[in-house]
Write a protein that binds this ligand. Structure first.
Ligand SMILES: Cc1ncc(COP(=O)(O)O)c(C=O)c1O
Length: 389
């Protein structure tokens, strides 16, 4: 069913204030997500933080089941986190790498992930290798397969890079990983909330996401999925007494589920907001969201190319999503951003270090990233195009 855009906008207070094209940064939350947080904060202020949690424990538990349902996973396979990185790192650092073990990743990998791979390599003697792209800029599945040998310990890729509209062939990578029995970690930070995610169909062992981007959840939220059979083999690098049970003077026992990757303290107002955002995404329908987002982003790419003389769109990939990246000849993008802000239009200017290998490899000029969601409209695209021209 097509998204009811008028309803989506009426339920998004920020739509009245701003033309928001920064969903790949932090999207506008719905009034439901906002109210969920306010209600819990109010309850905490009234009766105390622990007491508020006890009162809302069933709803807190439902956050896990909502995320599991969205991913086609089990509740026991979900850990809550405060960001994509805080979800990804405990999994990554749990893997026991030996000298010569190979970590295969993408050229478009996000900086926070890539520096962690390098850090692990420097500490363990593992090596990080970048799989080449195919001729449309996605990770090349055939090249990946040709690189596989028995030293490949981990395939770790992003589903959607931070700096472009392409969607990597996550399920095709999953088939290679599964066929060769290699651990497969998918960074779904930019895809969660703008397209369906099915961990069984993708074939990943672990998946991470953040709440604040296309899921439209609060800042300071994220989650990790780890397949049950895999998580049982992993010993997190740091634990607290929530991740493990303290048995006696000398003994602790790791939790049998993904909570071994969690820490005890969390902002429950934000986590309940995340649960609400996930429920809303599922209620809209992730297929319908993807259809709307893809259509709007495609329209924006066409209009930039046809109507803005110095605009050059840099998105690659055979399948594209809601992230649109473009350069503007020699224009000073900081200045462009400032003048767009004066017209209440929100975009972002891509920092080079967020996807350094890709920026250098493609010799990319400074880029504007405009990332759309289902609540955006063609009138808002008009406003952006006219501001740019
Ligand atoms: C592809 C990708 N992965 C990971 C991250 C890191 O997410 P977080 O800041 O929630 O840790 C980002 C953030 O922009 C991203 O775009």
């Amino acid at each position: 069913m097509p998204i009811d855009v008028a309803r989506a906008r009426a339920e998004t207070p920020g739509c009245a204030e701003t033309i928001h094209f920064n969903c790949a940064g932090a999207a506008l939350p719905s009034s439901g997500v906002l109210q969920t947080q306010l209600d819990h904060l109010t309850l905490e202020a009234r009766i105390g933080g622990y007491e508020a949690f006890n009162q809302e424990e069933t709803r807190a538990e439902a956050v896990y089941t909502s995320i599991a349902t969205m991913l086609g996973a089990q509740r026991s396979e979900i850990a809550l986190a405060t960001s994509n990185s805080s979800a990804l790192h405990p999994f990554l650092y749990s893997i026991e790498f030996a000298p010569g073990d190979r970590i295969l990743t993408t050229r478009t990998e996000y900086g926070a992930n890539y520096v962690a791979y390098l850090h692990i390599a420097s500490q363990t003697g593992a090596v990080v290798e970048v799989v080449p792209d195919n001729d449309v800029g996605e990770i090349d599945v055939a090249a990946l397969e040709a690189m596989v040998d028995d030293r490949v310990k981990l395939i770790t890729i992003n589903h959607v890079p931070t700096n472009g509209g392409l969607v990597n062939p996550a399920a095709a990578i999953g088939r290679v990983a599964n066929e060769h029995g290699i651990l497969y970690l998918l960074d779904a930070c930019q895809s969660a909330g703008q397209m369906p995610l099915d961990v069984a169909a993708i074939g990943c062992d672990a998946l991470t996401a953040t709440g604040r981007k296309f899921l439209r959840g609060p800042r300071g939220t994220g989650f990790l999925y780890v397949r049950q059979a895999v998580l049982e083999t992993l010993h997190p690098p740091m634990i607290d007494h929530d991740a493990a049970t303290w048995i006696d003077d000398d003994t602790y026992e790791l939790q049998p589920d993904a909570s071994r990757f969690e820490s005890w303290e969390r902002n429950w107002a934000a986590m309940l907001g995340l649960g609400r955002a996930v429920d809303e995404a599922m209620a809209w329908g992730l297929d319908d969201i993807q259809t709307r987002v893809t259509e709007l982003a495609a329209a924006l790419r066409t209009r930039l190319t046809e109507e803005v003389a110095d605009a050059e769109v840099h998105d690659l990939g055979s399948q594209k999503c809601g992230i649109v990246t473009f350069s503007l000849g020699g224009r000073d993008l900081i200045e462009v951003n400032r003048s767009l802000q004066e017209e209440e239009i929100v975009i972002s200017v891509q920092p080079m270090h967020s996807a350094l290998l890709d920026t250098v490899g493609r010799d990319l000029p400074p880029l504007i990233r405009a990332s759309v969601h289902y609540f955006n409209t063609h009138d808002e695209l008009d406003a952006l195009i006219s501001a740019l021209t």
